[in-house]
Design a binder for this molecule. Structure first.
Ligand SMILES: O=C(O)CCC(=O)C(=O)O
Length: 194
């Protein structure tokens, strides 16, 4: 998967290995238009998004289940281009306190922790916030096609698919558009891990 980050500075997304693009591409380019359109939805209160991660996935590529963590404003907006994909959501690992006061993590397979998926259609915008951002993990499975089942929570809202369809993936480009509060930007620049 190829990654590129645009932001107010030469910021770098954690684990990013690709080239980093300068401020001007973001501030004067077409990305700004989309950031402003998203700002009008008030998903970042009165803030305009200032951080865009561009990922390119070939068919068969995905991203491991993860949480985006506390460095960003706790809402993420993603525009999907070219191919669809399925964004899968998982419950976090459960822990409980044992007799001696230490906490014990219960290891369960990802399959058991799987909850549901969202079909991200080409040219769609998805907004992930609240517990879906803070608590649950999200990821994209490494496969070349997706069968639509009743686990696809938004299937009734989608124009390009119905239950039972098998959608073939092609190359997908995602624009993950976020707002990074100033105080957190410094942490991103110095590469602090979550
Ligand atoms: O490409 C996507 O839609 C998801 C990207 C993502 O979860 C990430 O980069 O952290």
């Amino acid at each position: 998967m190829k990654k590129n980050t645009f932001g107010d500075r030469f910021t770098q997304h954690q684990n990013q290995s690709g080239p980093i693009c300068p401020t001007d591409a973001f501030r004067t380019g077409w990305l700004e238009t989309y950031c402003e359109k998203i700002a009008e939805l008030k998903v970042f209160e009165d803030k305009v998004p200032n951080h865009v991660l561009v990922n390119e996935y070939e068919a068969g590529q995905g991203i491991m289940p993860h949480v985006d963590g506390s460095l960003y404003y706790p809402t993420v907006t993603t525009i999907s281009l070219r191919s669809h994909t399925l964004l899968d959501f998982y419950k976090p690992l459960q822990s409980s306190e044992s007799g001696d006061g230490t906490s014990q993590i219960h290891s369960t397979s990802l399959e058991e922790r799987y909850m549901q998926s969202l079909l991200l259609e080409p040219r769609s915008l998805v907004i992930v916030r609240d517990d879906m951002y803070k608590v649950y993990l999200h990821g994209i499975a490494e496969c070349k096609s997706d069968i639509m089942t009743d686990k696809v929570a938004n299937i009734d809202l989608c124009e390009t698919a119905n239950i039972g369809d098998n959608l073939k993936r092609t190359t997908r480009v995602s624009l993950t558009i976020r707002y990074v509060p100033k105080i957190l930007k410094a942490k991103l620049m110095f590469g602090k891990k979550r």
